[in-house]
Design a protein around this ligand. Sequence first.
Ligand code: PAF
Length: 277
Amino acid sequence: MEVIEKINEIKMFRLKLTEPVGFVPTMGYLHQGHLSLIRRSRAENLSVVISIFVNPTQFGSGEDFDSYPRDTECDLALLEKEGADVVFMPSAREIYPPQFDSWVVVDKLAQRLEGANRPGHFRGVATVCAKLFNIVKPTRAYFGQKDAQQVAVIKKMISDLNMNLKIITLPTVRESDGLAISSRNSYLNHKERQAATILYRALTLTQKLWSEGERDARRLRQEMTSLLKKEPLAKIDYVSIADRETLSELAQIISPALASLAVKIGSTRLIDNIVLR
Ligand code: PAF
């Protein structure tokens, strides 16, 4: 497995890779969610490229860029075992040299939900993904459904800017009690970890009400909100029942909808979602 830090070197190495090329962009601190993406990429492609880059431009001021968990040694050992062909691990200066001045902005879709709560977040995500796609030129890139809006924004960028790759989305990987696996779970202390199950419990409640025939999106938001309020450590950022594609809030559910939420457990902000269909 090659580990490459420079853009011109990975571009050269890319020329030698056998097509099709699968790509899994990550911010490192790899967990079972990432491994499911890497394994699918391995199964569907003849070459697999992984990037590890904690992208500073997608973190707002006061967010956790400095404290974001990092463990390169462990990540590289895992990737070697999973059969990655090459790991691209650029520095921030390599991706954003001093005169860097071009940004990719997906407009309306990126202003909702996470975008409304984390201004500039998707500008950072879209820009770094566009750069990584241009550098790696993958046939397919793999993302987890846990970051549902990220997937929607990236798909929109690819379609609007005629980028030549396919996005594959894989289901959220969960702990046995339903908590969506995330690098940020490592911030939770024991009590917070127990409290964090409230996110999936709220989504499960919505799923149940929807299966029983409830289509009033306001009622579903209310039910999730009241359940979340029962957990003293939880502070709601948003609770949403939105159109799956546009992410605009629904009154009635008539087509597949995305039930999503962002909740702070102590000082750790967690997100999760399910699709109602
Ligand atoms: O989901 C992530 O880990 C990041 O947002 C991504 C896609 C690697 C871009 O920095």
